[in-house]
Design a protein around this ligand. Structure first.
Ligand code: MLT
Length: 409
């Protein structure tokens, strides 16, 4: 097993606007503080969730902020801003943030900031365990992405927590970061969120992509981690893989969470559109496939109210390789129908669907739920096809409630 030094909180990109600049046309020194603040909230939203402080009932108040301004930034410059917690005290957090110009990697400014954690009345309050564990400095931070050799490939997986295993299988064209909130919050479970072969930080062989291969990879991953049985959660294509796991490795599954997915195989029209996307991938690359799919991946409400998720989903698509994305499209095109399988499912099952999911709408989820004797269904308000990303707290909450009731393997 090889550890890949991937930060739990990757930097976010922020564009400098002209209204933030001073009479010299530079990004104004006070506006820099806002850039750093925007980046912190963005990083929080993409990682442990923007409600991290609300749900722990403590809030960070800035005690001191020192900025070193090193080089000017101008309108249109794209800044990569990170956030590293350097020290976690009893009631304080120290953080360093760097703003680096994306086009040449030059460090423009660096912030050192100290927060005191306070309650609603403004009294200092000890940092709760969840926040302390998320912000433990990088070397010992849980959730490093690690790579495991599974047969002919090595798969990257974000693995966090102790307890019975919860395997989180992402959809298409996404990666493990889809589950950021669930990985950070579903305490009491060992959350295992891999990148499938062909995408993210996993290897991307030139061929050999099918639902069977994905399922075999994941079972080998569980074997490597000495996990005998797991609850399997799959979103969309991840659900198709969950069905394949049921077909091939039923005795390894003790519970099932089917999110924004369908049991039916592709229609003739669906297969034709896979062919079109395969051409797009060959001619214009994985990012172009993501662009084409994006309007139907995120719900209308999300696109209006959380526009920052649009580039985040684009980035996930860009992390696919061409063979990986072409292979996945072929695997989905050729997958078997799983409707008959539904009646044979006898493990506790939760079906989750975004109420604005256009790709696998609530009607499909209802039909799937009625076909599974042991299933219950939850609809997530104001979310589209990527409900765990669009409504992270709501999805994590229903998953946590479901997991409470699953007999422990
Ligand atoms: C996914 O999210 O995995 C895809 O929408 C699945 C599909 O295209 O069938």
């Amino acid at each position: 097993m090889r550890t890949v030094p991937v930060s739990q909180f990757p930097p976010v990109e922020i564009t400098v606007y002209s209204y933030e600049c001073d009479a010299f046309g530079h990004l104004n020194q006070a506006a820099y503080l806002q850039v750093f603040e925007r980046a912190r909230w963005e990083i929080l939203a993409r990682g442990p969730g923007a409600d991290l402080f609300d749900r722990n009932k403590v809030w960070p108040a800035v005690r001191r902020a020192t900025v070193d301004y090193l080089l000017p930034a101008f309108p249109g410059d794209v800044l990569k801003v990170d956030a590293d917690v350097e020290k976690v005290g009893e009631t304080s957090l120290e953080m360093r943030q760097r703003a680096v110009r994306a086009r040449d990697g030059k460090l423009l400014a660096e912030l050192h900031i100290v927060f005191v954690t306070i309650d609603k009345e403004g009294r200092p309050k000890p940092i709760p365990a969840e926040i302390a564990s998320i912000f433990t400095p990088r070397q010992s931070r849980p959730g490093e992405v690690v790579r495991h050799s599974v047969g002919d490939v090595s798969l990257a997986a974000d693995v966090r927590g102790d307890g019975p295993a919860l395997l989180l299988i992402h959809g298409f064209p996404l990666d493990h970061s889809l589950w950021a909130h669930q990985i950070a919050t579903l305490k009491g479970w060992r959350r295992i969120a891999p990148d499938l072969r062909g995408c993210g930080l996993s290897d991307a062989p030139g061929d050999g992509y099918s639902m069977a291969t994905y399922a075999d990879d994941l079972v080998r991953l569980l074997d490597q981690m000495q996990v005998k049985k797991a609850v399997v959660a799959g979103l969309s294509m991840g659900g198709y893989i969950a069905f394949e796991l049921l077909r091939r490795y039923r005795d390894r599954i003790v519970g099932l969470i089917l999110l924004d997915t369908r049991a039916e195989a592709d229609t003739a029209e669906g297969r034709a559109s896979r062919e079109t996307l395969i051409e797009v991938a060959h001619n214009a690359g994985p990012g172009a496939v993501g662009e084409r799919m994006l309007p139907r991946l995120l719900g209308g409400t999300t696109q209006r109210t959380q526009p920052h998720l649009v580039p985040q989903v684009k980035k996930m698509a860009e992390r696919w390789s061409v063979p990986g994305i072409v292979g996945a499209l072929g695997a989905m095109r050729d997958r078997p129908d799983s409707t008959a399988l539904l009646q044979t499912i006898d493990v506790p099952t939760l079906v989750v669907v975004g109420e604005e999911d256009e790709l696998t709408p609530p009607a499909l989820a209802r039909a799937m739920t009625s076909a599974i004797a042991s299933a219950a269904m939850t609809t997530i308000a104001a979310a589209g096809h990527l409900s765990p990303l669009e409504a992270p707290s709501a999805v994590s909450r229903v998953m946590a409630e479901f997991l409470e009731a699953v007999p422990r393997p």
